[in-house]
Ligand binder design. Structure first.
Ligand code: FES
Ligand code: FE2
Length: 317
């Protein structure tokens, strides 16, 4: 279950996507149902009724309990069975559905990919998403790619003048010469790492990797506050939900600045065709593709993936 993505916190959908009705989603190949309990807290269960395997997401929610559409069994947010119609003496404690730890913060619903377990800690929420003096634009869309290719794209700086030569990479494109040299310095963070990029000795950018599948791009700190966060969420095999949370601290009450939000989407989509064309679909082991010094940041992710998540990696770590 949750192959190659076990015991991870990830956003799954924006909070606004979950209202009164249950919502079906997929996460690392598993069907997951989200619903709100009686207190309005977002809950996640494996989307399979323990009775006859029906998808609970095609049922309904009443009084904060999820009701299976087939025989009407009712489940609480922790998966416990609360009622079995026609069977007042049923041993409910044997009849629960499978719950996943969940959390709601930063305008996102987070799920931990370990059925029935307690998550060891809460997910890392970028501080910009907790501020009340900013505008947050949240968007999600599906890409036909393996999440690891999308994640590496998000951590990849040298592609900017090529993929984004007409947008955020325009200046880099103008400055690029055959003698230009990029260096990357990586420092660990409790929740991942920070990568500082320097071009020809000039500091240019900071981006953070938020383990396992998120990044923060610090677009500029000079005069305005703008942060781009993206999570690459594995859904079904070789499909990824790109969850974007763009935060700006300017133009809060000026509709004109909603253009900034559209601009962020444009940048995201400039990456899509490149990522979806990558083969092999999943990032290969670091030894299997040639790499150069400016691949340092993406390679650091790739090494972590192979030593901590992929296949036997988790057992060995
Ligand atoms: S299949 Fe869900 S209650 Fe029977
Ligand atoms: Fe990009």
């Amino acid at each position: 279950m949750f192959q190659d993505f076990q015991a991870c916190w990830t956003p799954i959908l924006p909070s606004t996507a979950l209202k009164a009705a249950p919502v079906a989603s997929q996460l690392a190949g598993e069907k997951v149902v989200l619903f709100r309990d009686a207190q309005g807290v977002a809950r996640a269960l494996i989307d399979r009724c323990p009775h006859r395997g029906v998808e609970l997401s095609i049922g309904s929610v009443k009084d904060g309990q999820l009701i299976c559409p087939f025989h009407g069994w009712r489940f609480k947010g922790d998966g416990a069975c609360a009622h079995v119609p026609y069977n007042p003496e049923a041993k409910l404690e044997r009849l629960g559905a499978t719950a996943l730890p969940s959390h709601e913060a930063g305008g996102l619903i987070w799920v931990y990919t370990a059925p029935g377990a307690e998550a060891p800690e809460l997910p890392h929420i970028p501080e910009a998403l907790s501020r009340d003096d900013v505008s947050v634009f949240i968007h999600h869309e599906e890409w036909a790619c393996h999440w690891t290719r999308a994640m590496e794209n998000m951590l990849d700086y040298p592609h900017l003048p090529f993929v984004h030569g007409g947008t955020i990479g325009r200046d880099l494109k103008k400055q690029l010469t055959d003698r230009s040299q990029m260096e990357q310095r990586i420092e660990p963070l409790p929740h991942g790492f920070v990568s500082h990029t320097t071009i020809d000795g000039q500091p240019d950018a900071r981006l953070d990797w938020m383990r396992p599948n998120g990044m923060t791009l610090y677009i500029s700190d000079e005069g305005f506050f703008l942060r781009m966060h993206v999570w690459c969420v594995p859904t079904s095999p070789n499909h990824t939900r790109m969850v974007l949370a763009a935060v700006r601290g300017f133009g809060l009450y000026n509709p004109f600045f909603m253009l900034t939000d559209r601009f962020n989407l444009r940048i995201l989509r400039e990456d899509k065709a490149v990522v979806e064309s990558s083969f092999p679909v999943e990032v290969p082991h670091p030894s299997e593709e040639p790499s150069v010094a400016s691949d340092k940041t993406t390679l650091r992710f790739r090494q972590w993936y192979y030593s901590h998540l992929k296949g036997e990696g988790r057992a060995a770590s």
